[in-house]
Design a protein around this ligand. Sequence first.
Ligand SMILES: Cc1ncc(C[n+]2csc(CCOP(=O)(O)OP(=O)(O)O)c2C)c(N)n1
Ligand code: SF4
Length: 310
Amino acid sequence: MTRDTSEKTTKKIRELPREEYILPGTRSCAACGLMLTYRHALKALAQKKVVVTVPASCMTVLHGVYPITPVKVHCINNPFAATGASSSGIVAGLKATGKQDYTVVAFAGDGGTYDIGIQALSGALERGTDFMYVCYDNEGYMNTGTQRSSASPAGMITTTTPLLTKRQQKKDMIRIVEAHNIPYIATASPAYPLDLYDKFVAARDMNGPRYLEVHAPCPPGWGFPNKDMIKIGKMAVECGVNVLFEIRDGRFRLTSRSLRLAEKGTRKPIKQYVSRQTRFRKMTDQQIQRFQELTDARWEYFLKRHQEHA
Ligand SMILES: Cc1ncc(C[n+]2csc(CCOP(=O)(O)OP(=O)(O)O)c2C)c(N)n1
Ligand code: SF4
């Protein structure tokens, strides 16, 4: 049965399950946005049987080196490009062995999703594979030292664009995924854990392909102090860089802080977000202005879609 988050939502942090599925001793950096995302996601997912499939990424590192792992759920490591194919294979294998009560969840970075894994992901979505695909978007190839990905914003310094910064704008992955007409698409942030948790529960209880994209701040790659991880995640939402929404069977609605911002109309300027991260220190005023214009246009597009279904 599908759970409708618009009717039942988690209101307080203490309503989240107490059980932890990630034990102390992961190999992720301090204050990693992915780590916090995974912690809350597993509180939703691991209430039922779950198998996670992960390509080469910071997530592999978080899981540890066989046979030692701090994570309490089944995990399969797959080749970098193969996450969608791996998911379809696991679903088929579970079906063939009569184990149909598992949720198969792919967890990949933006490099493994927007770039090298896009073909396998598209195939799995098009085949209607019964799985959840989670892209944690830290806007670069962070595990190998902050190379640019097609999710890196224009103006970001990466180790493959050290002099001029990245010139191309971020790829619009949501629109690519939406073109596959799948039942559920949502965005989230570890800075808004209740919204994130509810979306993972909603997706967990659905059938067919479900895609979640989590904007995951990365202190060493983005260049901000560890203590500011939540603040940066919130600022991304406050200025509209990360818009929180869900799309169920084509019906779009803003959620959480983005919904409140739509009601009040008080988004913060991009400049505040950009100026707190050293990855943007070479951005010109013109580039910041362009970033603002594109963010405004994207916000207006989502606002219109929200109002259409209100
Ligand atoms: C075919 C292939 N090319 C390159 C690598 C090296 N590699 C491992 S992880 C990684 C970066 C992954 O980036 P992303 O998917 O964004 O995840 P993140 O590291 O940011 O968590 C790369 C390039 C690899 N393992 N396999
Ligand atoms: S590099 Fe970034 S995403 Fe990777 S473990 Fe460290 S903080 Fe997390």
